[in-house]
Write a protein that binds this ligand. Sequence first.
Ligand code: LLP
Length: 417
Amino acid sequence: MHHFEYRDGQLFAEDVPVARLAEEFGTPLYVYSAATFSRHFEIFDAAFNELPHLTCYSVKANSNLSVLNLLAKKGAGMDIVSGGELYRALAAGVPADKIVYSGVGKRPEEIKEALEAGILMFNVESQAELVRINEIAQAMGTRARISLRINPDVDPQTHPYISTGMKKNKFGLDMETSMQAYALAKSLPALDPVGLDCHIGSQLTSIEPFKEAMDKLMAFHDRLTGELGLDIKYLDLGGGLGIQYNEEDPPHPEVFAQALIPVLKERPLTVILEPGRVIAGNSGLLITKVVYTKDTPSKHFVIVDAAMNDLTRPALYGSYHRIAEVEPRHRTASIVDVVGPICESSDFLARERTMSAVQSGELLAVFSAGAYGFSMSSQYNSRCRAAEVLVDGATVTLARARETYEDLVALERGGLK
Ligand code: LLP
């Protein structure tokens, strides 16, 4: 469910006509719905109410401060993967003790910053990282709460680039190495091994891989308690629940939770969840304007002012995003490629898509762009990054101003007249 609907022949974001936003803020423009973000968070979080739990929104999905702030006010914790994300989460008012830190390559200064802030837990991905965190915590005269990220070798049946829990992936540690790593963690003076973590992939549309991973984790939990005598308090199940982009039929968060709760209930664990896409994905649109149309003997092209630098998912993963007119005019349809102005053939938003015969100057809405949209954008081809607005009922807030040409060169030295 989202709050982008057609009323009186035009697309609205909550109570605001999208065309008005495009007029006021220009295009390409990211438009977020506060009510949708809130609703998605509340539904997901409430689905786990039977258990002691903490929902840590995965910042990488959409890291705009307004979004983080909105979710922080709802009580969300955050899953971070860099010092930059820590900075954003703290700036948005997220209490440090609701922050978990994942990622295979945490740098010493990032570890120090997280320890200074007093985060809840590091999700550690190697023995070398354990040793590093111990050293830094010891030097600071503090202790670090840690979990190890287990790679349960489960096939999440998703795009290979976003599958993370198979043994060929760089993430986490296999079960046997993890046992040794927990023993090491137990022996290191500045570490508190309090958690167990896994994240098997993203855009999962079936519950089975989650269940399989959880069962493996439960067996592993028994070993940690039995063989090492560890008192594990937190079980972090990561993120990964998919959303509907096209014809996928992902489980509702309630169904997802109910599949896991019976097993989890048996254990004295606080469950941590790290949803990103399921909160943010359908909470945002990318609005773009048609610059030209072009017909060649083999293709009809709709050339728009948004490109792979704004939304890279189609170019990177071949992802499908629904594209629709902001003000539908019901003309004959044809099969088109919707492409951007960037000098690469991978610069497309849609291929072989049946669409009404849109004309130059008209607005299109790219749906499901709230997750991994702006947060993956770049300035490639020296294109200024798009503006972002947050709509809340009839109230519109500019969440990030459009970049300017001066912004493009602001950090560069030399060459300026
Ligand atoms: N936790 C960890 C440790 C993660 O690596 C991720 C995502 C999440 C949580 C959140 O996963 P989600 O609930 O959003 O599926 N750029 C790709 C997605 C990459 C996901 C990376 N990790 C895309 O556009 O599809």
